[in-house]
Design a protein around this ligand. Structure first.
Ligand code: SAM
Length: 299
């Protein structure tokens, strides 16, 4: 079961209702009947949050009461998955074949925009020996771009709150035969010493996260002085996880306003404001109409 961060925000005080409904719908429809899954999920939302006024009431409540803590299925204990399924998921997601498949898909996608991806990786690999931390491994698209460039002198750690995603990094590391490890943890509290890394990067990851200011403070802590943070930030109007704003009739400006207030992703500009606030210094950026922005800042 995977709950999206915005839904967690909306159900901040009532997460058990959201969890049990999601679990029931998962069991009944997922993944064989994706259409019914979404239809029923939207009906559930409309029954509990009937209009925009109630939606806004919930956003306001989270803005004041929300915290960088685990509250739902994507948590450290994987509390919603039984042991057999967990073992199966680990064995599938750690295998070199999984890495090969992920590498093939991502490389094909990245082939279309070599200048964009070169800008991403060249800024990450700015030392002879690079100690790289990737935030939000997810499906491993960004991991692939990084691991392709690694040599024996570099090492990589990739963090995701979802252990199957962390395992994607392991599979890609096996496939590329590099020093890489996937770590299951939350970006709100990284299990690393201060100043451990020469680069921190993320490929379209903050878009699915709550409590981004806390994550950027942690990224700053674990980065060495002079180290770089390189973030690929997508265009907010193209983001699936924010569909719910659309369904309740929010304009793009309203969506950006509220995303900022609830400390979620509000645009590349919003991330830049936060980076400055945390103490990072601007180095450069690249913008692409279709792919969004790559921000490069320094500690
Ligand atoms: C859109 S995906 C990232 C895409 C990925 N970088 C790629 O290139 O394919 C966002 C990821 O952020 C992770 N995430 C969300 N909240 C998190 C948190 N608090 N700590 C760590 N990871 C988190 C999710 O589990 C998800 O895998």
């Amino acid at each position: 079961m995977i709950l999206n961060a915005l839904d967690e925000v909306l159900f901040w005080d009532d997460i058990d209702t959201l969890k049990s409904t999601t679990k029931q719908l998962d069991e009944k429809y997922y993944p064989h009947d994706y259409e019914s899954f979404h239809k029923k999920y939207d009906m559930f939302f409309k029954s509990v949050i009937p209009n925009k006024a109630e939606f806004i009431r919930r956003l306001k409540h989270y803005a004041e009461a929300g915290k960088p803590i685990w509250i739902s299925g994507r948590n450290e204990l994987c509390d919603d998955i039984d042991t057999d399924s967990m073992i199966k998921a680990i064995s599938v997601s750690s295998k070199i074949g999984n890495g090969e498949q992920k590498a093939g898909q991502a490389s094909k996608y990245q082939e279309n925009d070599p200048a964009f991806w070169n800008f991403y990786t060249q800024n990450i690999f700015h030392q002879q020996e690079n100690r790289i931390l990737e935030l939000t491994v997810g499906a491993g698209g960004g991991t692939n771009a990084v691991m392709k460039e690694m040599t024996d002198r570099d090492y990589y750690m990739g963090v995701d709150i979802d252990f199957v995603c962390a395992k994607n990094a392991d599979a890609l590391a096996k496939y590329y035969n590099v020093n890489g490890l996937g770590v299951t943890a939350s970006l709100w509290k990284l299990p690393f010493d201060d100043c451990m890394f020469t680069s921190v990067c993320s490929n379209q990851g903050l878009e699915e996260c709550r409590e981004i200011p806390t994550m950027l403070k942690e990224a700053y802590r674990v980065l060495q002085p002079g180290g770089k943070i390189v973030l690929h930030c997508g265009n907010i109007d193209k983001m699936q996880s924010y569909d719910r704003f659309d369904q309740y009739g929010f304009s793009e400006d309203e969506m950006i306003y509220w995303a900022k207030r609830i400390r979620m992703y509000s645009s590349a500009d919003g991330v830049e404001e936060l980076l400055n606030h945390v103490g990072f210094k601007f180095v450069k950026r690249m913008f692409d109409e279709k792919l969004g922005s790559i921000l490069v800042y320094e500690k």
